[in-house]
Structures are given as C-alpha cells and as structure tokens.
Design a protein around this ligand. Structure first.
Ligand code: SAH
Length: 250
C-alpha cells in the first residue's frame, strides 16, 4: 500500500476525516441565511465519508453533488445517505478538486470542510469561484493561526507542512482579493478536534494494528497520526480550523 492508500484505508472507517461537528456545520449554514431558499444547488468538495454532507442534506432544501478523489469514501457516503431521509438528493462524484467537471455558474453554494488546503486555500477559492452563480456562497473550513504569535517550533512545523498556514485576517483578505465579500467567520471549538476526530482515531489504532498484523509500515503510520495529535495537544491555543463564509461579488 502507498502512504496515500494507507490513509484512505484507515480513515474510511471514520465518521469524519477532519475536525468538525454537525453543530458547527449547522451554525455555518444558519449564518448564511438560506434556510428558506428552495432547491439550492450545492457542491460539497472533499466530502470524505460525508459527515457534513448529511447535515446539509437534512437541514437545507437542496441537491448536493458530493465530490471526493477516493471512491472508498464516496461508497461509505452513499451507504449513509441511503439510511436518511433526503439522502436521495445527494449525488457522488469521483473527481479531483483541481479539475472539476462543472459548468460555470452552476452552484448556489460551494461547501468544503477541511479539504481546500489540499490544493491550497488561495488556489481553491480562486478556481472554484467560476462554478458559483453570481451572489452564490462559499463556505470553507481552513486551518489558521488564531493568535497573533506562536512558538517557533510550531511555526516551523506548519511552514513546512502547509506554507499557506496564516492568520484569519489574511485569509479574509484573500477572499476579498479574489472577488468575494466576507459574510462571517468562526473558530472551531476544541471538541471538534478531540472528541470528534482525534479520540476516534486513537481508539481505532490498536484494532487496525492488529488487523494489519502489526507491520512496520502500519506502526509508522500510527506513529505519524499520534505525532499530529501530540502537536495539537501541546499547541492547541495557537491554531484551529476556522470556518470562512463569503459571497461571490464579481
Ligand atoms: N470534508 C470531510 C473530509 C475532509 S478530509 C470531513 O470534514 O470529514 C479531506 C478530503 O479531501 C478527504 O476525503 C480526501 O479524500 C479528499 N481529497 C484529497 N485529495 C483530493 C482531491 N485532489 N480532490 C478531491 N478530494 C480530495
């Protein structure tokens, strides 16, 4: 298995593939003020196994195209959708977020939780804008600095892992630069990382190691997951995911 295949194989068993919660997805949806709009056309980019897709389907009058690169995730999403009312409004699409097959001005709303970093925040918001109808909304969650300064070890780590790691105000400036009008932003609370994402990972690791016969490769994978979690536990006051809500203006 390649490193990427390993990631998918492990994370497909998760309820979600990044920090977040149903309550925070709903909060973002409510802040948009689209509750009374009928027939919203929505793209959910980097949907994973669909944690946020299900919340959107259940709380907005919409049809959703849920996009991910990995069919294993989309298969789980389809299983989840089948069990839910409104699940029939969800269509899955296996595609890469940097070459989407959509026509211009297709969507009322583009949603992307914990995924735009894969192509880079600036590239994502810039390239996806054309798929939005005029006045359409963009909602992305993006890892960001939440304090004005931070320890050098942490800064070095992130500059290496994700050079676009930046402050909330700079992220909002980028939205403005690329033709969006900022609507709101808020920081994901700690439980979105711990209870909803990292704790389930930690509890799945022993079983996964056993299932994979404790191979050196899987042990290295588990170690890298634990390192990420350890970094978060040591430095969580300095960074989090932040929801950014914006409207296409030009
Ligand atoms: N939105 C989900 C998943 C976030 S993790 C949640 O919050 O739980 C990031 C997701 O992006 C993963 O599901 C991963 O498979 C997907 N992804 C990775 N590279 C991608 C690409 N090039 N195009 C589309 N999706 C991609």
């Amino acid at each position: 298995m390649t490193e990427l295949e390993r990631l998918v194989d492990f994370h497909k068993h998760g309820e979600r593939q990044g920090p977040g919660s149903a309550a925070q997805t709903l909060k973002a949806l409510n802040l948009l003020g689209v509750a009374d709009t009928r027939g919203l056309n929505v793209a959910d980019i980097g949907c994973g196994t669909g944690a946020q897709t299900m919340v959107l389907a259940e709380n907005a009058d919409c049809r959703i195209t849920a996009v991910d690169l990995f069919p294993e995730f989309l298969e789980r999403l389809r299983d989840r959708a089948m069990l839910k009312a409104r699940g029939e409004g969800i269509t899955t699409l296996e595609a890469s977020m940097d070459s989407l097959p959509f026509d211009d001005e297709t969507f009322d709303l583009i949603w992307s939780e914990g995924a735009v970093y894969i192509m880079g925040f600036e590239e994502g918001i810039r390239d996806w804008k054309r798929y939005l109808k005029p006045g359409g909304y963009l909602v992305v969650s993006e890892i960001s600095w939440i304090t004005p300064s931070r320890p050098k070890e942490l800064e070095d780590y992130w500059m290496n892992a994700y050079p676009q790691m930046d402050s909330i105000s700079r992220k909002i400036s980028l939205l403005e630069k690329h033709g969006y009008s900022p609507v709101a932003h808020f920081i994901l609370p700690e439980y979105c990382w711990t209870e909803n994402y990292y704790n389930p990972i930690l509890s799945r690791i022993p079983g996964y190691l056993a299932e994979q016969e404790n191979s050196a490769e899987v042990r290295a994978f588990a170690e890298s997951e634990r390192e990420e979690i350890d970094l978060y536990n040591r430095y969580k006051e300095y960074y989090s995911y932040v929801f950014y809500l914006a409207r296409k203006t030009s």
